[in-house]
Design a protein around this ligand. Structure first.
Ligand code: ATP
Ligand code: MN
Length: 234
């Protein structure tokens, strides 16, 4: 299982993967799903032989390190406790994504179920089939009726995110929503912030602007930004 992995990851990451095998979270790493600059996502199998997604933060990008330090410093959950060691910083970032996923999942929001986090590795349910990830919202061809339904459900989730999870996604767009069997899944929540974050409202406005831009380009009539802010926050 590790021949794919060993060439790409440092020794500490390989050890962290082995620890997740020891804990019976990961049975097998099957193949790469997405190779971004900051993280890679793999398809794997759990001990119950269920498909899992394994997101591994790469500990090498200096620019990314600066970016996440800034985000963490402004987050009341972490401020004053942001590590200087790169590895610890990535572990904290992975834990932050896990904890954001957990808060959202528990608030009933449609996200992949988070399963485990260890060091720079996050494990969650796989959205898709046989290692092929579900398409992103930007890539699906939907009827006006289905678009309407997804838009409505997405807004309901954003309301839950604000009201129940007390979080703002912060990087929401058609690139971070998957669509599978007619249902949307919100992903990529590492940068999500709590409502007491100084930029929370600014991020919410940006998220809503991105999402309405997408749906209105696809032909939907969308509410105004102030109507949406009202709906989400009250
Ligand atoms: P990018 O910079 O490419 O957006 P990222 O580091 O922000 O990558 P994500 O957006 O979380 O990471 O994941 C990257 C890609 O991996 C997604 O676009 C999606 O195709 C796939 N992916 C992420 N999570 C899952 C999952 N739970 N199940 C299946 N595929 C997933
Ligand atoms: Mn993404």
């Amino acid at each position: 299982m590790f021949e794919v992995v060993e060439e790409v990851f440092d020794a500490a990451t390989v050890r962290a993967l082995l620890e997740l095998v020891r804990r019976r979270v990961i049975y097998e790493v099957k193949g790469v799903v997405s190779a971004g600059k900051e993280a890679r996502v793999y398809w794997g199998k759990s001990f119950e032989r269920k498909d899992i997604a394994i997101k591994i933060y790469l500990t090498s990008s200096a620019e990314f390190r600066k970016g996440i330090s800034k985000y963490l410093e402004a987050d009341p959950r972490f401020s004053g406790r942001v590590p200087t060691s790169t590895r610890k910083l990535y572990s904290l970032w992975a834990r932050k994504e896990f904890s954001n996923y957990m808060r959202m999942y528990e608030a009933g929001i449609s996200v992949p179920k988070p399963l485990a986090v260890h060091e720079n590795i996050l494990v969650m349910d796989f959205i898709g089939y046989e290692g092929v990830p579900a398409p992103l919202l930007k890539d699906v061809d939907l009827s006006l009726e289905d678009l309407e339904k997804i838009f409505k459900h997405l807004l309901e989730d954003l309301r839950r995110m604000y009201q129940k999870a007390r979080l703002v996604h912060g990087d929401l767009s058609e690139y971070n929503v998957m669509v599978w069997k007619g249902t949307h899944y919100i992903i990529d929540v590492s940068q999500a912030v709590t409502l007491d974050h100084p930029n929370a409202i600014e991020y919410l406005v940006r998220d809503l602007t991105n999402i309405t831009r997408f749906f209105s380009r696809r032909g939907l009539t969308t509410p105004s930004l102030s109507e949406l802010m009202d709906y989400i926050s009250t």
